[in-house]
Design a protein around this ligand. Structure first.
Ligand code: KG4
Ligand code: ZN
Length: 344
C-alpha cells in the first residue's frame, strides 16, 4: 500500500540505525537543525574489535525511544509539531535497519504523518547541505566510510553517477583492520590518525594500487596485508607502531586525494564534496585543500560531527526527499542491506 502526502513538510525527525550508532535529529526548513543526539555503542563492540550485528540491533532497541523523546524535548517541540519522519532504509546491517524503520513507521502512523526511507550514503553526501556555503550542483563527491569508498558525479539532488569505487575493502575498513592488527582498538580511523601525528610517514613504503592514469577505482585490501607483513617483520616498538600508522594513513590519503582530483578533471568539474566517516580525517582534508587551491577547485565537507554517522544527515535528506513531487511512502517496513546509490 502506498500513500502520498498533501501536508507541507517543514519539520522532519531523522533516525539513523544502520550500524553501531543510534542517532536522531530534527531538521526544520527555516531554522535548520533544531536538535541532534547520538548514542554510540562503542563500549558494546569494543571487546570484540568490531561491530557484532545482533548486539547492535539490541542496543538500537534499548536506545531509540528515549533518544527520540530527548530530541523532541531539546528542540522544544511536541510530537504534533513533526510533519514527517525519515529513517535510514539501507545499506547497512539488516537487523539494525529494521529497528529504525519499525519505530519510524509506527510513530509516523500514530501521528498521522508520512515516513520515508533514505539511502545512507546519500544522507552522508547531503550532510554537506547543512554547511554555509552549501555546494551547488553538479559536483563530484568522494564518499568514504567504513563500508563504502566511492567517487560519484552528482548531477542534481537524487541523480548520482558512479565514477569509481573500491574493488575490495573500503578506506575506513583499511583503517579499522590495520588498527586492530596494531592493537589500537576500534574504531581504527581516529586511533590511527592520532598516533600518526607522532610517526614518520615515509618510513614504510606501502602500496598505492590501481595508480595508473584514468583509473578511478580503489583497492585497499593489499594495503592491510602490507601492514600485517611490515608489523610482523619489525621489532614492534612504540616508534614502529607510530611510523606504521603514519605510513598507512599517508598511503590511504594519497590514493583518495589523487583519484578525487583526477575525477574532477575527468568530469571537467571544479566542485568536490567529501563525506562519510573518513572525511573527518585531517590529513585528507589538508591534502585535498592543498590540491584544490593549486587547481582552483572548491572543496566542501560537513563539520566533523556530521562526517561520521548522525541523525542530522538523515533528517535533512528526508526533508529534501519529501519536497520531491512524487515522494511516496509505503506502509511496509522496507530496508535493504545492499543498495547501489546509482539506483536512486
Ligand atoms: O560513516 P561512518 O561513521 O560509518 C559508516 O557508514 O561506515 O564511518 C566510519 C568509518 C570507520 O571506518 C572509522 O574508522 C572512520 O570512518 N573514521 C576515520 C576517522 N574518523 C572516523 N578514519 C580516518 N580518520 C578519522 N579521523
Ligand atoms: Zn555512515
Amino acid at each position: 500500500m502506498q500513500t502520498s502526502h498533501s501536508r507541507k513538510i517543514a519539520c522532519v525527525l531523522g533516525i539513523e540505525t544502520s550500524c553501531d550508532d543510534t542517532a536522531v535529529a530534527i531538521y526544520h526548513q527555516n531554522s535548520g537543525i533544531l536538535s541532534h543526539i547520538l548514542k554510540s555503542q562503542w563500549t558494546t563492540h569494543q571487546p570484540f574489535g568490531g561491530v557484532v550485528p545482533e548486539l547492535a540491533s539490541r542496543d538500537h532497541i534499548r536506545f531509540i525511544t528515549p533518544l527520540i523523546h530527548e530530541a523532541i524535548t531539546q528542540a522544544n517541540l511536541r510530537y504534533s509539531d513533526l510533519d514527517g519522519i525519515a529513517y535510514t532504509a539501507g545499506p547497512g546491517l539488516i537487523g539494525a535497519l529494521l529497528v529504525g524503520a519499525s519505530i519510524a513507521k509506527s510513530l509516523a502512523y500514530s501521528l498521522g504523518i508520512p515516513a520515508i526511507g533514505v539511502h545512507h550514503m546519500e544522507a552522508h553526501l547531503q550532510a554537506t547541505m547543512l554547511e554555509d556555503p552549501a555546494p551547488q550542483y553538479p559536483f563530484v563527491a568522494l564518499l568514504v566510510s567504513g563500508g563504502h569508498t566511492q567517487l560519484v558525479y552528482a548531477h542534481q539532488f537524487g541523480q548520482y553517477q558512479l565514477l569509481g569505487q573500491s574493488l575490495d575493502d573500503a578506506a575506513g575498513e583499511a583503517f579499522d583492520k590495520s588498527a586492530k592488527l596494531l592493537g589500537l582498538g576500534y574504531p581504527g580511523g581516529p586511533a590511527i590518525a592520532k598516533l600518526a601525528l607522532e610517526g614518520n610517514a615515509s618510513r614504510f613504503k606501502l602500496p598505492r594500487p590501481l595508480n595508473e592514469r584514468g583509473n578511478l577505482n580503489f583497492s585497499f585490501s593489499g594495503l592491510k596485508t602490507a601492514v600485517a607483513h611490515a608489523w610482523r617483520d619489525c621489532p614492534q616498538t612504540p616508534t614502529d607502531r607510530a611510523d606504521l600508522a603514519a605510513s598507512l594513513q599517508l598511503a590511504i590519503v594519497d590514493s583518495l586525494t589523487k583519484k578525487s582530483l583526477a575525477a574532477l578533471e575527468h568530469c571537467q568539474c571544479s566542485r568536490l564534496v567529501i563525506a562519510g566517516g573518513v572525511s573527518a580525517n585531517q590529513l585528507l582534508r589538508q591534502r585535498l585543500l592543498d590540491g584544490a587551491k593549486r587547481e582552483n577547485y572548491q572543496l566542501y565537507f560537513p563539520r566533523s560531527e556530521f562526517c561520521t554517522d548522525n541523525g542530522a544527515m538523515v533528517a535533512v535528506t528526508g526533508f529534501l526527499r519529501f519536497q520531491q513531487p512524487k515522494a511516496q511512502q509505503s506502509l511496509a517496513i522496507d530496508v535493504r542491506a545492499r543498495w547501489p546509490l546509482a539506483e536512486l
